[in-house]
Design a protein around this ligand. Structure first.
Ligand code: PRX
Length: 650
């Protein structure tokens, strides 16, 4: 068994809600019943109770032009007002909104009153640069308070932001600028990453220099890294200079509920990223609702920390809009988890007394690799709830998270959702659900999902299939920017009136949902459906394994065959030969899942190819496993890793 877990087998272990949680949970036990009794009335109630509307909506859902939904369409509101001013008006101006921690160790806390003040000035600054309602603004910033301020200022004036993660190249940035037709780019000179300044302004310059004219009129530059930048007079504007010249007051004007709020680019099955479009009222309703009930938020006392970058959907919904709509106090951290030392995250938890902590399985497995001593040396007793998002969390990582980080007492919420869904869709409710390590379990009250076979027929308990969302939901994407046909084709052509999520899922004997990864990660070996995630989970449950990635490689006999890429724990490398390790792991998988899942080959590697957001790029591993030339590696965090793996395979 792994460090920090006891010797009980994982299978079948469940964790009933702790009594103290159940007593005060913001999701009462009747929530699901109320939603089931009248789903649309339930959502209308959430919209009216959780948000402040200029004009309260009387309509809930208009699905007459399906799959283009309109939610709360006759209502009007200002999203930024909902995240800021109303909390100040309610007497919470002195509550800290953001505890920001810079990577070099500098820190800054902003109250709701201060954040409101900053956003008002930034809104005036955007207006002074010619940005108007409906215009698109690209945000290419490090994880600093100005990123949050900019997003809210854009929303406040009814413009549309498109945040591009700071790790993307100039070329990707330009593609997004062009697709969105952006008028303004907000960036910084540079941001801190692993002890050095990584330049951002230079990438914007490069992006705007290629391919002739762009739609961009101005580049607004925040000073953060202190690095030298080149300057284009007339186009480039220093934030700190311009902000001094604008008025402090700005009155938020209401916009229609279906007014566009943001575009966020995400990769699809083709090479061209999709600009996922989200709008205002429905989106804000569902992020506020889920942030409250899934995290059991008590805004007066909790200190919440979601480690996602604002460049991803998790950062949009659970760093910016959800927590701020709910008046939460949260931590925002600029840097990487391991700088200057592997305990940095736990130092931050200790420093701010974080109570709710939301992160990704890949990070958890990284911490498992470096050992329990590191978190063990910090005081993490403030933590009362842990959350996971982004990929299936294997039961071993789930248990390690609970026992080592959560001292064996914190509930864990494994939240399934997507850029497209805008907000969480499937998750246990803390204080209500008896949790099962590795399963996201049940759709949230108000959400209707199903697991179906290739023909769209629901599968029974104990069976696997495809995940669909059966009914429209308030924070659903409203389309793909500039490409309505692609929207219909990508998500709605397979099962007609149901949204196809591209994920495989299994219902267990209790009907609970287990996510099996993207459908293209599901293998078919001798006619048996096998999940890469399931085999990875089996591998990681072996004590010598730190991390693994499994792909299905074409095989003459069995259709596909299982190929596993494995990183061993350091200690394991000294106690056995590579041959012994490979043999042990093949036998282990066969033992855990069945002979059908036994990997044809296990390749021992030192690194796995990951995107900058930490997702394993199985496509590249499949290329290696099938002996092909390795494909496009431009989105890899470390592009050299593939040549090393290819060499190791030979
Ligand atoms: O495959 C699912 C996986 O991440 C995909 C969505 O990725 P993205 O749009 O980048 O959004 C990530 C943050 C919400 C899904 O199709 N995924 C997300 N959460 C989970 C998950 N897989 C399993 N369990 C989860 N909790």
């Amino acid at each position: 068994m792994l460090d920090g877990t006891d010797d009980q087998p994982i299978e079948g272990r469940t964790f009933p809600p702790p009594a103290d949680f159940a007593r005060t949970a913001s999701a009462g036990p009747d929530l699901a019943g109320r939603a089931a009794a009248d789903r649309l009335a339930f959502w209308a109630e959430q919209a009216l109770e959780r948000l402040t509307w200029a004009q309260a909506p009387t309509e809930t859902l208009d699905w007459s032009n399906a799959p283009f939904a309109r939610w709360f369409a006759d209502g009007t509101l200002n999203v930024a007002y909902n995240c800021l001013d109303r909390h100040v008006e309610a007497g919470h101006g002195d509550r800290v909104a953001l505890h920001w921690e810079g990577e070099p160790g500098d820190a800054r806390s902003l109250t709701y009153a201060e954040l409101t003040h900053e956003v008002k000035r930034a809104a005036n600054l955007l207006l002074s640069l010619g940005v108007r309602a409906g215009d698109r603004v690209i945000v290419y910033l490090p994880q600093i308070p100005e990123a949050v301020v900019t997003m809210l200022a854009v929303a406040r004036i009814g413009a549309v932001h498109s945040v591009v993660f700071g790790g993307f190249s100039a070329e990707s940035l330009r593609a997004r600028i062009d697709d969105a037709g952006a008028r303004l780019v907000v960036t910084a000179d540079g941001g801190w990453r692993k002890g050095a300044v990584s330049p951002l302004k230079a990438a914007v310059d490069e992006a705007l220099a290629v391919d002739g004219d762009s739609t961009v009129e101005h580049v607004l530059v925040v000073r953060r890294g202190g690095n030298d930048v080149s300057w284009t007079d007339g186009r480039d504007v220093w934030w700190h200079d311009a902000i001094e010249t604008v008025e402090a007051e700005h009155v938020a004007e209401p916009f229609e509920a279906e007014h566009p709020l943001f575009i966020l680019y995400t990769s699809g099955t083709t090479g061209k990223p999709k600009g996922i479009l989200h709008t205002s009222g429905g989106y804000l309703t569902q992020v506020a609702y889920t942030h409250s009930v899934v995290f059991d938020l008590h805004p007066e006392t909790d200190v919440y920390w979601c480690t996602a970058d604002v460049g991803w959907i998790t950062g949009h919904s659970y760093v910016v809009y959800g927590p701020l709509a709910n008046g939460a106090t949260q931590v925002l951290y600029e840097g990487t988890p391991d700088f200057p030392a592997p305990g940095r995250w736990w130092d931050i938890v200790e420093k701010y007394g974080v109570t709710i902590f939301y992160t990704a399985p890949t990070a958890i497995r990284g911490f498992m690799k470096s050992g329990r001593e590191i978190p063990g040396a910090r005081d993490l007793t403030s933590l009362r709830l842990l959350g996971s998002v982004g990929e299936p969390i294997n039961p071993e990582a789930w248990l390690w998270f609970r026992e080592v980080i959560g001292a064996g007492r914190t509930p864990i919420v494994d939240t399934w959702w997507q850029t497209e869904t805008g907000a969480q869709m499937i998750s246990p409710l803390p204080g209500v659900t008896t949790t099962k390590p590795g399963s996201a379990q049940t759709p949230l009250p108000g959400i209707v999902v199903d697991v179906v076979d290739d023909h769209g027929t629901p599968v029974g308990n104990g069976e696997s299939g495809l995940l669909v969302v059966s009914e429209p939901w308030p924070s659903m994407l409203r389309g793909i920017w500039g490409d309505p046909d692609r929207y219909v084709e990508t998500y709605w052509s397979r099962f007609g009136d149901r949204y196809f999520a591209d994920d495989g899922a299994r219902r267990d004997e209790d009907g609970d949902i287990w996510l099996l990864g993207r459908v293209d990660d599901v293998m078919n070996v001798s006619g048996h459906r096998l999940s890469t995630a399931e085999i990875e989970s089996a591998l990681v449950s072996h004590p010598i394994v730190a991390e693994s990635a499994v792909v299905g490689a074409a095989d003459e006999t069995t259709g596909q065959a299982v190929v596993a890429f494995v990183i061993l724990r350091n200690k394991a490398k000294t106690t056995q030969t590579p041959e012994e390790a490979v043999a042990a792991l093949r036998a282990h998988v066969a033992h855990q899942i069945g002979a059908i899942a036994r990997p044809r080959s296990v390749v021992l590697v030192d690194e796995l190819p990951k995107t900058r957001s930490g997702k394993i790029m199985r496509r590249l591993l499949r290329d290696v496993a099938e002996g092909r030339e390795v494909g496009d590696t431009t989105t890899l965090a470390d592009t050299s890793v593939m040549s090393v793996i290819t060499a190791e395979m030979r």
